[in-house]
Design a protein around this ligand. Sequence first.
Ligand SMILES: Nc1nc2c(c(=O)[nH]1)N[C@H]1C(S)=C(S)[C@@H](COP(=O)(O)O)O[C@H]1N2
Ligand SMILES: [Mo]
Length: 202
Amino acid sequence: MPEEAQKEVPPGQRYVKRFIYYACLGVPDVDVQGYRLRVFGNVGREVSLPYEKLLSGPLSTVEKDFHCVTGWSVAGTRWEGVRLGELIGEAAPLPGSEWVMFHSLDGYTTPVPLRDALAPDSIVAVRLNGAPLSREMGYPARPIIPALYGWKSAKWLAGVEVLEGYRDGFWEERGYNEVGNVWKEERFKEWGGHLRRSPISG
Ligand SMILES: Nc1nc2c(c(=O)[nH]1)N[C@H]1C(S)=C(S)[C@@H](COP(=O)(O)O)O[C@H]1N2
Ligand SMILES: [Mo]
């Protein structure tokens, strides 16, 4: 199925008007002066970017629907940010790199395949629908990877760790899927097939 087909509703999703706001570990205090977005791990050279550097771009615009694994979607959200591929490329990932772990200021973590992070419409967003991200929505930055469920969009993003092998993040430890592709409906891990058929709420 073409991932670009935004007219199509991903399996098991329904549209709502507004984002349902989540902060499972609370909303962190953000000291934007001291803030750096770090790209580290299995890389040739670490990258450390202040917020102004992220803002100065160049910024790409990604207009896509946003899909939460609990079943709600928001149509046509417009995000602006720096391409993840640019940031990760700057850090020169070493051969054998296959995953990326996002680290947030609140302690939240979530992994994505490097392949998805490098997709052309994968960005580190600093703006949503024409305005800087609000504190609740993840200021100063959050990754947006349109083909993956919303839990992979780690709000208050501070670190992008390049990995060779897979590691669980916060929700993955609790049974959510390693990849989380919305078109393949990858909600839960394959083990415990019963989980895949459990009722989806929200
Ligand atoms: N740091 C952090 N990032 C997070 C979450 C969270 O609880 N903490 N929730 C995730 C989930 S499950 C979703 S669907 C989206 C929700 O984004 P919103 O709170 O902006 O609606 O954020 C994701 N990123
Ligand atoms: Mo979610």
